[in-house]
Ligand binder design. Structure first.
Ligand code: CAA
Ligand code: FAD
Length: 379
C-alpha cells in the first residue's frame, strides 16, 4: 500500500488546513461556550466543496477519493469538531447514501443541492430506545399505497435543527424485523414533523443535536431509498463509510491537541529550561506521536480500501475504535503538558479533550465497533 499523497490529495490537505486556521479558528472558543452552530463557516465549507467532496461532479460534488476526504476531515477536526461533524454527516452518510442508492429523481432533487452545500442533511437512525440496538426501530412508516405515514421519535440527530433533508429510518413491516425497515427522505416543514429541543452537550457544543418528532407525517412513496425493506441494510452500509469519517475526526482532534502540546512544551519553561527538554514530557510527546501515526495509518488504510472498492467495514470499524481511543488518550495528555493552562478555555486543549469523547459514542460506540470487528474476524 502506497501512502504517498498525490499532488491533488496534498493540495486538498493544504486547502483544508488553511481553511481551518483562517475560518474555523476565530471564534471557536465562543461558539463552544455559547453552543453556537457555525453557520457562516458551514456556508463557506459548502462554497469550497467540503460538503460534497466524494459526490460525483454530475451531482454537484467534488468527485474526490476517500483519502482526500480523510485528509480534509483531519485538518478541520484539529480546530473545530463541531464544524467537521457537519461535513462528516453530509458527505459520508447523506450524500454517499443518496448517490449510491437513490433514484435519478432523488439525486437531482436532493443530492445536488446537498453536495453543493446549498442545504445540509441529517441521518436519523437512533431513537430513545434504539441506539446501539438499531434493529429495534420503533418509528413506523405505514404503507398507505401511494405514501408512507411516519410516526415516532428520533434522538440525538446531528444537524437536527439546521438540516433541510432528513434520511429517516423507520419500520414498515414489523413482522419482518430488520428486513421490514425502510429509509425515507423527509423534507423539513412537512406537516407533523417537529424539531425537538437542542441538546446541551459535553463536547461538540457548536454542533446542532436535536430529537425529532413525527406525527402522521405523510411522505410520497417515491421518497423511499431502495427497494421495500432495504432501509436497515442502507443504514449499515452508509455507516460503514461514515465510520471512516468519524475515525478521521478523532485523528484530527488528537493531532490538533498534539500540535498544541508540542508548541507549548517548547515555549513553557520550568526548572530553567523549556519543559520539552524534560524527558518526562519528551516521552509523553513520543507516545502521542506514535499513537497518532498508527491511527492515521488505519484511517488511510480504510479509506484506500473503500477507494479500491474492496470490503472496508472491518477496516473502518478498526480505524474508528482505535482513533477514538487515541483521541481520548492524547487530548488528556495534551492537557497535562499544558499544566494549569490546559485546564482553561484559552488554550483549546480542554475543548479538544471534551470533543474527543463523542468519537467513542456516535456512529456506533466502541463496544459496537468491537462487535463489527469480531464478527468479521470470526466469519
Ligand atoms: N455492514 C453491512 N451490513 C451489516 C453490518 C455492517 N457493518 N452490520 C450488520 N449488518 C447487517 C447484517 O448482515 C444483517 O443483515 P442480514 O440479515 O441481511 O444478513 C443485519 O444487518 C442485522 O444484523 P445483525 O443480525 O448482526 O443485527 P444485530 O442487531 O445483532 O447487530 C449492529 C447489528 C451491528 C449492532 C447494528 O445494530 C449497529 O451497527 N448498531 C450501531 C448503530 C449505529 O452505529 N448508530 C449510529 C447512528 S448515526 C450517528 O451516530 C451519526 C452521528 O453521530 C454523526
Ligand atoms: P446504548 O445503545 O443504550 O448504549 C449504552 C452503553 O451500552 C454503551 O456503552 C454501549 O456501547 C453499551 N452496549 C450496548 N449494547 C451493547 C452490547 N451488545 N455489547 C456491549 N456493550 C453494549 N444518531 C443518529 O442516528 N444520527 C445522528 O446524527 C446522531 N448524532 C449524534 C450526536 C451526538 C452528539 C450523540 C451523543 C449521539 C448521536 N447519535 C446519532 C446517536 C448515537 O449514534 C448513539 O448515541 C449511539 O449509537 C449509542 O446509542 P445509545 O446512546 O442509545 O446508547
Amino acid at each position: 500500500m502506497n501512502f504517498q499523497l498525490t499532488e491533488e490529495q496534498a493540495a486538498v490537505q493544504a486547502a483544508a488546513r488553511e481553511f481551518a486556521q483562517t475560518e474555523l479558528l476565530p471564534g471557536v472558543i465562543d461558539r463552544d461556550e455559547d453552543q453556537i452552530f457555525p453557520a457562516e463557516q458551514v456556508k463557506k465549507m459548502g462554497e469550497l466543496g467540503f460538503l460534497g467532496m466524494m459526490t460525483s461532479p454530475a451531482y454537484g460534488g467534488g468527485g474526490m477519493d476517500t483519502v482526500s476526504y480523510v485528509l480534509a476531515m483531519e485538518e478541520l477536526s484539529k480546530v473545530d469538531a463541531s464544524a467537521s461533524v457537519v461535513m462528516s454527516v453530509n458527505n459520508s452518510l447523506v450524500c454517499w447514501g443518496l448517490e449510491k442508492y437513490g433514484t435519478e429523481e432523488q439525486k437531482k432533487k436532493y443530492l445536488t443541492p446537498l453536495a453543493k452545500g446549498e442545504i445540509i442533511g441529517a441521518f436519523c437512525l437512533s431513537e430513545p430506545e434504539a441506539g446501539s440496538d438499531a434493529t429495534s426501530q420503533r418509528t413506523t412508516a405505514e404503507d398507505k399505497g401511494d405514501h408512507y405515514l411516519i410516526n415516532g421519535t428520533k434522538n440525538w440527530i446531528t444537524n437536527g435543527g439546521t438540516a433541510s433533508v432528513y434520511l429517516v429510518i423507520a419500520q414498515t413491516h414489523v413482522e419482518k424485523g430488520h428486513k421490514g425497515i425502510n429509509a425515507i427522505i423527509v423534507e423539513k416543514g412537512t406537516p407533523g414533523f417537529v424539531v425537538g429541543k437542542k441538546e446541551n452537550k459535553l463536547g461538540i457544543r457548536g454542533s446542532d443535536t436535536h430529537s425529532l418528532m413525527f406525527t402522521d407525517v405523510k411522505v410520497p412513496k417515491e421518497n423511499r431509498i431502495g427497494e421495500d425493506g432495504f432501509g436497515f441494510t442502507f443504514a449499515m452500509n452508509v455507516l460503514n463509510g461514515g465510520r471512516i469519517g468519524i475515525a478521521a475526526q478523532a485523528l484530527g482532534i488528537a493531532s490538533g491537541a498534539y500540535e498544541l502540546a508540542v508548541k507549548y512544551s517548547k515555549e513553557r519553561k520550568a526548572f530553567g529550561k523549556p519543559i520539552s527538554q524534560h524527558q518526562g514530557i519528551q516521552f509523553k510527546l513520543a507516545d502521542m506521536a506514535t499513537k497518532i501515526e498508527a491511527a492515521r495509518l488505519l484511517c488511510l488504510q480504510a479509506a484506500s480500501l473503500k477507494d479500491a472498492h474492496q470490503d472496508y467495514a472491518k477496516a473502518g470499524a478498526m480505524a474508528k475504535l482505535f482513533a477514538s481511543q487515541v483521541a481520548m488518550e492524547v487530548t488528556v495528555e495534551a492537557v497535562q503538558v499544558h499544566g494549569g493552562y490546559g485546564f482553561v478555555k484559552e488554550y483549546h486543549v480542554e475543548r479538544l479533550m471534551r470533543d474527543a469523547k463523542i468519537t467513542q459514542i456516535y456512529e456506533g460506540t466502541s463496544e459496537i465497533q468491537k462487535i463489527v470487528i469480531s464478527r468479521e474476524v470470526l466469519k
